[in-house]
Design a protein around this ligand. Structure first.
Ligand code: GLN
Length: 482
């Protein structure tokens, strides 16, 4: 059942919050040992308290778009009193002293937060193989990666362990795992959802967003988590949050796809690097859309620069953001080395960081530190910022012509666990179609397209604050084409 139907059943009292929560907890119990989607499943006490409160809200007619709905959150989002590990050894003993704004809002609205999901360490990765807590497996095929970095959230939804989950997307981390597991995942417009309480990876790119099995479900949770937050200085003041109406029906304005102008980068889709199945499925979708919409060919002249540009900016910001994990202020502290107590602070920091961070995180810190260092700053970081502006302008030009863009989310199908882990460049190339959206701050939604008993991820990209419009289009595609 999708979240929207569960909500209806809860409100009409066909089912109780406890029944629905128990059903999902049962699924977690049977599936998580195989899939490894959760790092923490909350204790009965905490879950029961949420269940009781949600049922009371329903009984009193105090209804919200997420009341009584089980939700999982990525383990880089803080929830007071419980661990936020970021799938890193360095935060393995860290307990959050406060709630992220999105968590605060979910709790206030009576959602049932059941646990925290696995991810690539500090959200750095595209396959969820970089987790201190182990690989997340893909429920569509256990030999495949789930995609990353929000692999745990994607798998939790895909395998029916929760109807709704939150992930974070810095360079595709919601959309790529959504594509690999056959679900919907929205990377909202930058500034639409508060980042307060999300552990920073690359602050100018990070964005929290929802994952679900239906675009209407994304509208429900967006209604709750979107909006201005004075605690996040990059959140927008004048956001009109009207994803659903008072009856929790999506406020979708468009009833048909007729007349829509869709930009398609045909050169990208038909590039030889793109898997044939993805090519065929995307072209099939475009052909069906062409019956009602105007298809306009678009180009991204700077696409080939997007990966180096993204990895320079993301790693530079990461090297600065991760400086705080020093063995003194947060989390892990290694106090002994070779059975001898460590006497000076410098060595303590060095050994703690050396043992606390995984390989990929260390690689990013080193790349970032190099790119920001004197003598190289202008050649790398500053250049990357200039390219970022060009990419942004590219999109601005395109959106003068079209209502939305459709292109694949990833050039490949889900790959096998272990296949790319020793080749960082190959791994980074998985992000080629997702990162320019983050560099520009635009909203983008992965939609699963069924093709030969298989799910292909296609992303819809919209202009700033067109998040609801993207959900609207996805819903029309879901109803009429899929
Ligand atoms: N794969 C990208 C990276 O490793 C994206 C990660 C993300 O969006 N959090 O940086």
């Amino acid at each position: 059942m999708i979240a929207k139907e569960i909500l209806k059943n809860l409100i009409t009292k066909k089912i109780s919050v406890k029944e629905i929560t128990d059903k999902y907890l049962e699924n977690i119990k049977t599936k998580n040992s195989i899939l490894n989607a959760f790092i923490t499943v909350f204790d009965e006490d905490f879950i029961n308290k949420q269940v009781e409160r949600a049922q009371e809200m329903i009984n009193k007619g105090n209804l919200t778009p997420v009341v009584g709905l089980p939700v999982a959150i990525k383990d880089n989002i803080n929830l007071k009193g419980y661990p936020t590990t970021c799938a890193s050894k360095i935060l393995s003993n860290y307990i959050s002293p406060y709630n992220a704004t999105v968590v605060e809002k979910l709790i206030y609205n009576g959602a049932i937060i059941v646990g925290k999901t696995n991810l690539d360490e500090f959200a750095m990765g595209s396959s969820n193989e970089n987790s201190y807590y182990g690989v997340v497996k893909n429920p569509l095929n256990l030999e495949w990666v789930s995609g990353g970095s929000s692999g745990g959230s994607a798998v939790a939804v895909s395998a029916d362990m929760v109807p709704l989950a939150l992930g974070s997307d810095t360079g595709g981390s919601i959309r790529l795992p959504a594509a690999f597991t056959g679900i919907y995942g929205l990377k909202p417009t930058y500034g639409m959802v508060s980042r307060f309480g999300l552990v920073a990876y690359a602050s100018s790119l990070d964005q929290i967003g929802p994952m679900a099995k239906d675009p209407q479900d994304l509208a429900l949770i967006m209604q709750v988590i979107a909006g201005y937050d004075p605690k996040d200085s990059t959140s927008y003041k004048d956001i009109n949050v009207d994803f659903v109406n008072e009856d929790f029906e999506p406020n979708f304005e468009l009833q048909s796809l007729k007349g829509l102008k869709i930009g398609i980068p045909f050169k990208i889709i038909n590039d030889q690097g793109v898997d044939k199945t993805i090519k065929d499925a995307t072209n099939k979708l475009i052909n069906s859309l062409a019956k009602e919409c105007e298809i306009i060919e678009i180009e991204f002249p700077y696409l080939s620069y997007s990966i180096p540009c993204y990895y320079i900016i993301a790693s530079s910001e990461a090297s600065s953001n991760l400086a705080r994990y020093d063995g003194i202020r947060y989390g892990l502290r290694i106090e002994e080395f070779n059975n001898e107590p460590i006497e000076d602070t410098r060595t303590l920091m060095k050994i703690t960081r050396g043992q606390g961070f995984g390989l990929e995180v260390k690689r990013r810190i080193m790349i970032g530190t190099f790119c920001l260092s004197s003598g190289y700053y202008d050649a790398y970081y500053k250049k990357a910022q200039q390219v970022r502006t060009l990419i942004k302008k590219d999109f601005e030009k395109i959106f003068n012509q079209v209502d939305l863009i459709i292109m694949p989310t990833s050039p490949t199908l889900p790959f096998k666990i272990g296949e790319k882990i020793n080749d960082p460049i190959k791994m980074y190339l998985s992000d080629i179609y997702t990162v320019s959206v983050n560099l520009s701050g635009l909203p983008s939604l992965n939609i699963p397209i069924k093709y030969n008993d298989f799910y292909i991820g296609v992303q819809l990209i919209g202009n700033y604050f067109k998040d609801k419009f993207l959900l609207n289009i996805a819903n029309l595609i879901n109803t009429y084409i899929n």
